[in-house]
Design a protein around this ligand. Structure first.
Ligand SMILES: Cc1cc2nc3c(=O)[nH]c(=O)nc-3n(C[C@H](O)[C@H](O)[C@H](O)COP(=O)(O)OP(=O)(O)OC[C@H]3O[C@@H](n4cnc5c(N)ncnc54)[C@H](O)[C@@H]3O)c2cc1C
Length: 429
């Protein structure tokens, strides 16, 4: 039976970051990594961006093997025995551990139709399938106007494919961006040749004559040979639940990334942690969190006490536009936009009780640390104190005009996505 000092369940970026830290902090400790995917860890963000713009696949690989970890690929852990300190995979192999990390990420939400014409876009194999299909002259429909849906629609359109987006909200990215920016993006995508079906949800789904037919909530239909579902993910908490760990919108961990069992850690998309700067529990589905929290978990597992106090950022590309965002970028907060060039370059602040909770850096680069500092300032980080942040602002100081301010509440505001709210905390996705 394989017996490891450190066992990592999961083969994503969190797992790799933890393996690197474990190797650095305790090179003598034995390390095993088990992943349901057939590939060693790789970067996921290029799957919807750089690979479509010509970056070669070789660039995505992480160097996990250099940590000396034994990689058990194409195997899924199906049970954990916390008392016996062992985990069992889907082929019946048992692995012993002294310390265990759950880096199981999440699985895409699924549509109510079983067909290989639907792609749930999460893995390298999903990318390879879609890439092959994108060489054919078939119709694509992207379901959902969030982060993955918007990126995949842009990627397909850049290959001159026929793409329709079905988005229940009135604007694109409407849960994150202020209404005027979300509306601008609808026009922008339309100009790029994406057919935008806004304000239409999915009412039904069936196969007809070799195509998928989506019936929409306003009585319309979309017919496509390939559907890409961008409906968010469900955190992979099954093992934690089965092992009796505390789970609430993800696996609940302390500052050391430790679960309710002191020998079991969790990090990345699956983990629910307390964030000091926001004074809230979060579960974050983004790369910076995967890298930083994975590393922090690894250091703690190896005995190097390292609290996780990082405020993660995330980024995305939408054709030629791009952004980075820090903190709580939730459109239900009051938003204050400060445009250098409207919708092309600027900063949007998200405020609650006069305090900056989140910052959207729209085509504004190299300012993530300033944004973090502004959020960490607490009440003193109010937008009205902007002279001290002049270098951070795209248009030095000057509060935006009243027309740039959104109300802090209103019945026409987009509703929160189901994964955002929970009893314990919030999901930044
Ligand atoms: C296409 C795409 C583009 C993205 N772009 C961006 C971006 O631009 N910016 C950004 O900030 N974030 C982006 N993200 C999000 C980012 O990639 C994730 O936050 C990150 O991958 C999370 O890493 P993770 O290791 O925690 O989880 P995952 O990446 O979900 O990895 C979990 C791994 O665990 C394995 N696993 C799960 N359960 C088991 C089990 N029981 N046994 C064995 N193995 C198991 C899975 O197979 C998987 O390999 C993107 C995500 C995708 C899919």
């Amino acid at each position: 039976m394989p017996d490891y000092t450190y066992l990592i369940v999961g083969g994503g970026m969190t797992a790799d970051a933890a393996a690197q830290a474990l190797h650095e902090a305790d090179p003598a400790g034995s390390l095993g990594l088990i992943s349901a995917e057939p590939h060693p860890p790789y970067d996921r963000p290029p799957l919807s961006k750089a690979l479509w713009k010509g970056e070669p696949e070789e660039k995505i690989w992480r160097k996990t093997a250099a940590t000396g970890a034994t990689l058990h690929l194409g195997r899924r852990i199906t049970a954990i025995d916390p008392r016996g300190r062992s985990a069992t995979d889907d082929r019946g192999t048992k692995y012993r551990f002294t310390k265990l990390l759950l880096a199981t990420g999440g699985a895409p939400r699924r549509l109510p139709l079983k067909t290989d014409q639907i792609i749930y876009y999460r893995t390298l194999d999903d990318y390879r399938r879609l890439r092959a299909l994108a060489t054919q002259s078939v119709r694509f429909a992207v379901i959902g106007g969030g982060f993955i849906g918007s990126e995949v629609a842009a990627a397909l359109r850049m290959q001159q494919r026929d793409v329709t987006m079905l988005v229940p909200e009135a604007g694109l990215g409407a849960r994150v961006f202020p209404a005027d920016l979300a509306a601008f993006l609808v026009d922008y995508y339309g100009q790029k040749g994406v057919t935008m079906r806004m304000g239409e949800g999915m009412a039904g789904l069936e196969r007809r004559a070799g195509s998928c037919v989506v019936r929409t909530t306003v009585g319309g239909e979309i017919v496509a040979e390939v559907l890409v579902a961008g409906l968010g993910i469900v955190p992979g908490v099954e093992l934690a639940e089965q092992a009796g760990l505390r789970v609430d919108n993800g696996i609940v961990v302390d500052e050391a990334c430790r679960t309710s069992n002191p020998d079991i850690y969790a990090a990345g998309d699956v983990a629910n942690f307390e964030n000091r700067a926001l004074g809230a529990r979060l579960r974050v589905e983004h790369e910076d969190n995967a890298n930083t929290m994975g590393r922090t978990a690894g250091l703690n597992m190896a005995g190097r006490a390292t609290p996780y106090r990082h405020l993660p950022f995330f980024y995305s590309d939408l054709f030629e536009l791009g952004y980075e965002a820090v903190g709580d970028v939730d459109v239900r907060l009051e938003t204050v936009a400060d445009w250098k060039e409207k919708f092309r370059e600027g900063v949007v602040y998200y405020l609650k009780d006069g305090r900056v909770r989140g910052v959207l850096l729209w085509n504004t680069w190299g300012q993530v640390d300033h944004a973090r500092a502004l959020i960490a300032e607490g009440p003193a980080g109010r937008k009205s104190t902007c002279p001290s942040h002049a270098k951070f602002l795209s248009r030095p100081c000057g509060l935006p005009s009243a027309s740039d301010r959104s109300p802090s509440s209103g019945s026409s505001r987009p509703q929160p996505p189901p994964i955002i709210t929970s009893r314990l905390g919030r999901t930044l996705s």
